[in-house]
Write a protein that binds this ligand. Structure first.
Ligand code: NAD
Length: 496
């Protein structure tokens, strides 16, 4: 029998029980009767302790040079990317609490290490002040950390997403209080405890528990100077309102409803359909930058339907721990209900919905596991909710278009603006269409995490968010610019 895991809070360099000494249960979405573990249930008192610990650690951490902090990040990266038995066990725990397949959880754990390493390499750029050395002033501009950063992540890719904010916050000189999601707290807490123990006490603090009890206390704490939130639009707006009370800076990475435009000249070989499939259905579609709406030129519609059906039919849906499973369950019952609701609404409106692939183990399905086979909504009417809303699950509508102008109008007809893709052999057309799409990222002939360059900034237009993570912009988001001016010649070396 597998042991039941228990994770603690991590405050001021120590794992510790919550003030209330309470824990909450975490179940396996593939086998909802299976208790995977218990996570510490933080109280508002714990939030205060965590923020105070981060605040106390700030002066010494922010006084280090960028290069000194980068050395900490490199050391963390080294530990996170070691291929040990413990990492394998942690990936299994992650799969059991989250649902997604073992290959994906293992990749997510190592990607976090890779992100620490690539952020460390930005130290030189951020350490070099911008300067103006000509009358009427000699001026130099340095980047200073903001202070205590609250980092809040969702359940779908908690560690990859932390990799887009935690090393950046640390390199910039901030200290952090991190709140993983209720729906996947165990492997993230264990991983963050490893990271925290490689840093001076109080630089990284971790709180788990019910967001409705502790969320506002964290975001609205007067000593929190910046909030970097990833999650839904609804909660993102609430977080922004709460942070406004203290005029704390916010970065919001919110939902998406990414369009992929498949043009008349697209190269639609088998590998293109494999990339499309992965862009839409990795992690059972629970990816912010997943392909969520396919728009295809009418002349290529039949090919796209056949190609996507063939790719989807290879899916083996089941327990992510089992060899051979290519798609795990949806993470939680509420999200499964959303996805099934969208499929039902499309069917009831007369759309043809094909569900592909297999669930070989019936006992899992009938045991109440949150499974949904990949579904395609064919020739979808643009007004269907499965087109207008973020599905965040394994269902993909396919819509025909006749002209590129119409395709751009359809792609932009959404409150979201996270990512997008253009599928074409014409590089000039790809650039031109990308510039017309209201989104923070456009992939060409690919979509989603596999197509993304992590050196580039990531974030959304419109309801998809405010600010950017990743890239040098991701580090700058955790800094304030500070200008210092004097009469010309006053500074020997304005860059000193
Ligand atoms: P969610 O908004 O429900 O929760 C996100 C996080 O916020 C969780 O940790 C939750 O506990 C916390 N939270 C909830 N209420 C809070 C409050 N009042 N104060 C502070 N924190 C609070 O989102 P979710 O269901 O976990 O994730 C799915 C959503 O996240 C989707 O919309 C998806 O598109 C989005 N997402 C966006 C990105 C991106 O980079 N743009 C990445 C991944 C997921």
């Amino acid at each position: 029998m597998t042991a039941i895991e228990r994770t603690e809070l991590f405050i001021a360099g120590e794992p510790r029980a919550s003030v209330g000494k309470e824990y909450y249960d975490v179940h396996n979405p593939a086998r909802p009767n299976e208790l995977v573990g218990r996570a510490a249930l933080a109280t508002v008192d714990d939030i205060n302790l965590a923020v105070e610990a981060a605040h106390d650690a700030f002066p010494a951490w922010s006084a280090l040079s960028y290069h000194e902090r980068a050395e900490y990040l490199r050391n963390i990266a080294k530990v996170l990317t070691e291929e040990t038995e413990e990492v394998k066990e942690r990936s299994k725990l992650f799969t059991r609490e989250h649902g997604k397949i073992l290959r994906e959880t293992y990749m997510e754990l190592s990607r976090l290490g890779d992100r620490f390493l690539s952020v460390a390499d930005l130290a030189e750029r951020i350490a070099t002040p911008e300067s103006y050395r000509a009358p009427p002033f000699d001026t130099f501009i340095v980047q200073q950390p903001r202070g205590v950063a609250a980092l809040i992540v969702p359940w779908n890719w908690p560690l990859s997403i932390l990799g887009a904010k935690l090393p950046q916050a640390l390199l910039a000189g901030n200290t952090c209080v991190i709140k993983p999601s209720e729906n996947s707290p165990l492997a993230p807490s264990k991983t963050l405890e490893i990271i925290g123990s490689l840093l001076p006490k109080g630089v990284v603090n971790v709180v788990t528990g019910s967001a409705s009890k502790i969320g506002d206390a964290l975001v609205g704490h007067p000593k929190v100077r910046t909030v970097n939130f990833t999650g839904s639009v609804r909660i993102g707006k609430h977080v922004m309102r709460t942070a406004a009370e203290n005029l704390a800076h916010v970065t919001l990475e919110l939902g998406g409803n990414d369009a992929g435009l498949i043009l008349q000249d697209a190269n639609l070989d088998q590998s293109a359909f494999q990339r499309m499939y992965l862009g839409a259905f990795s992690s059972a579609g629970q990816v912010c930058m997943a392909l969520k709406r396919v728009y295809v030129h009418a002349s290529r519609y039949d090919e796209v339907v056949d190609g996507l059906k063939a790719a989807c039919n290879l899916s083996v849906v089941g327990d992510g721990l089992l060899a051979g499973t290519t798609m795990g369950p949806v993470n939680n019952a509420k999200q499964l209900e959303v996805v099934r609701g969208l499929i039902d609404q499309a069917r009831n409106a007369g759309a043809e919905v094909v569900e592909c692939g297999t669930i070989p183990d019936d006992s899992l399905y009938y045991g109440g596991g949150y499974f949904q086979r990949p579904a395609l909504v064919l020739d979808a009417d643009p007004s269907l909710s499965v087109v207008t809303e973020e599905q965040f699950g394994p269902v993909l509508p396919i819509v025909k278009f006749d002209s590129e102008e119409q395709a751009i109008a359809l792609a932009n007809d959404t409150p979201f603006g996270l990512c997008s893709s253009v599928w074409t052999e014409d590089s000039e057309k790809a650039k031109s269409l990308a510039m017309q799409i209201e989104a923070g990222y456009t992939y060409v002939n690919g979509h989603g995490p596999m197509a993304q360059d992590n050196r580039a900034p990531f974030g959304g237009f419109k309801d998809s968010g405010i600010g950017r993570n990743l890239g040098i912009e991701g580090v700058l988001g955790f800094t304030e610019s500070h200008a210092v001016s004097a009469t010309p010649g006053f500074f020997d070396d304005p860059k000193a």
